[in-house]
Design a binder for this molecule. Structure first.
Ligand SMILES: O=P(O)(O)OC[C@H]1O[C@H](O[C@H]2O[C@H](CO)[C@@H](O)[C@H](O)[C@H]2O)[C@H](O)[C@@H](O)[C@@H]1O
Length: 269
């Protein structure tokens, strides 16, 4: 029991948090709302490797239709590099935050990335790349503002990967360890998806709207808490403890719900 509470505390879940309601009970108004969406595990299914995801024309069409429905107040908030999201969602011209808030494209313009200790980051990256050569059971993902080790193919090495990455960051430095789905990442402490949302919501046409945020991972919990505090709507995709107010089973059920909202309002998505 104590171990469960420790885990919940770690991801920011409090036992007093109400269980999320079924997403099908929620109606999404187009007027006055901004739709901010995570990518992996929310818009697309989780795949065996980062590059094995399937993104089709249907996802791109859905996003463009949603943008029309919400008067362009639609954004992607991803842990991936911005240029990757841009590649997978080519044709989507809306706002994209990449690298957990480190990068931002808005109104067709790439805004300057965050400041961090790039020298230290390069040291960390070299050590991580060396680890991935010595132990090829992991997949290293080099990011503009961090680095990930994926262990999906070998779950048995989770502790080894975590302990190694943990040894590269310290309490006083600029970087920290973040757990994701079958992966650990080193990222700047100064960024989070909550920060990304806060920044996006200062821009037109997002400003003044009620934020709706959907995500699937522990890295989205900080965003759910922030959105809840703002009085917005948080949606968890998939299983697991969460502070989100609503839940749906999978990216497929989430996209079905999004399309149904558009049909109900007469604006197809
Ligand atoms: O914030 P997101 O858009 O959800 O991105 C989170 C991470 O997604 C990717 O990793 C995850 O998805 C992979 C493909 O489905 C999967 O193989 C991996 O196990 C997951 O952790 C991406 O590679 C990361 O950079 C993102 O931070």
């Amino acid at each position: 029991m104590e171990q469960r509470l420790d885990y919940y505390t770690l991801i920011g879940f409090s036992p007093e948090t109400a269980a999320p309601e079924d997403l099908d009970s929620l109606t999404l108004p187009a007027q006055g709302t901004a739709l901010l969406l995570d990518f992996d595990g929310t818009l697309v299914d989780i795949a065996e490797t980062p590059s094995a995801i399937k993104v089709g024309a249907r996802e791109r069409t859905l996003l463009n239709d949603l943008s029309k429905r919400h008067d362009n107040a639609v954004a992607i908030v991803s842990g991936r590099n911005l240029h990757e999201i841009d590649h997978y969602l080519s044709g989507f011209t809306g706002t994209i935050s990449g690298g957990h808030g480190a990068e931002l494209r808005h109104d067709g313009e790439h805004l300057p990335g965050i400041e961090c200790d790039f020298e230290q980051l390069e040291h960390i990256k070299s050590a991580v790349m060396e680890f991935a050569i010595i132990d090829p059971r992991v997949i290293a993902e080099d990011k503009s503002f961090g680095i990930v080790l994926h262990y999906r193919q070998h779950p048995e090495i989770e502790c080894k990967v975590r302990d190694f990455l943990k040894s590269l960051v310290d309490d006083d430095g600029d970087f920290e360890l973040q757990a994701a789905k079958m992966a650990f990442e080193i990222k700047p402490k100064s960024i989070s998806k909550a920060m990304a949302i806060e920044r996006i919501m200062t821009f037109e046409p997002f400003r003044g709207r009620t934020v709706i945020y959907a995500g699937d991972d522990d890295t989205d919990e900080v965003a759910f808490r922030f959105v809840n505090e703002l009085g917005g709507t948080s949606i968890k995709i998939g299983e697991g403890p969460t502070t989100a107010r609503y839940r749906t089973a999978s990216p497929a059920t989430f996209k079905t719900w999004l399309r149904a909202q558009s049909r109900a309002s007469g604006r197809e998505a």
